[in-house]
Design a protein around this ligand. Structure first.
Ligand SMILES: [Zn+2]
Length: 143
């Protein structure tokens, strides 16, 4: 386990097992700390690992490095239900190629970039553009 990288990554209950640098990309193999998961059907804890499933997801950069997480989304077998299930990860959506916090960062960039670009192209200040957005939104609500 890589303690410093785990601290830098700062995802709750997630540990970095190994890292690999490919040019400007840092690939971190991560897994959850706990050795069990809760069955979504009966709510019982299972420690019976059925399968390891690797996924690559983009995460926020560390320093000047792009970060890709090599994620182990484990499948467990519930002995009560006799079914397998995939563990839930709270920092990445199901079948998504990026973490929640990465998506939030991109959306923020898009919003601020759009306002600034529009303001610059029209000789307006950001405040004026924001005020127009509010005006339009307000009209939309009124109608
Ligand atoms: Zn179950």
């Amino acid at each position: 386990m890589k303690r410093v990288l785990t601290e830098l990554l700062n995802l709750p209950n997630v540990v970095v097992e190994s890292s690999l640098r490919e040019g400007s990309v840092l690939i971190l193999s991560v897994s959850k700390k706990v050795k069990s998961a809760v069955c979504p059907d009966c709510g019982k804890k299972s420690e019976h690992l059925h399968q390891n499933q690797k996924h690559l997801v983009k995460d926020l950069p560390i320093g000047d490095k792009e970060v890709i997480l090599n994620l182990n989304r484990r499948r467990f077998k519930c002995k009560t239900c006799r079914k397998t299930f995939t563990e839930q990860l709270d920092f990445v959506g199901t079948r998504k190629g990026f973490t929640h916090r990465y998506a939030e960062n991109i959306v923020k960039q898009v919003i601020s970039s759009n306002v600034s670009n529009v303001a610059r192209n029209n000789g307006l200040s950001d405040e004026e553009v924001n005020s127009m957005i509010e005006d339009v939104a307000q009209n939309y609500v009124d109608n």
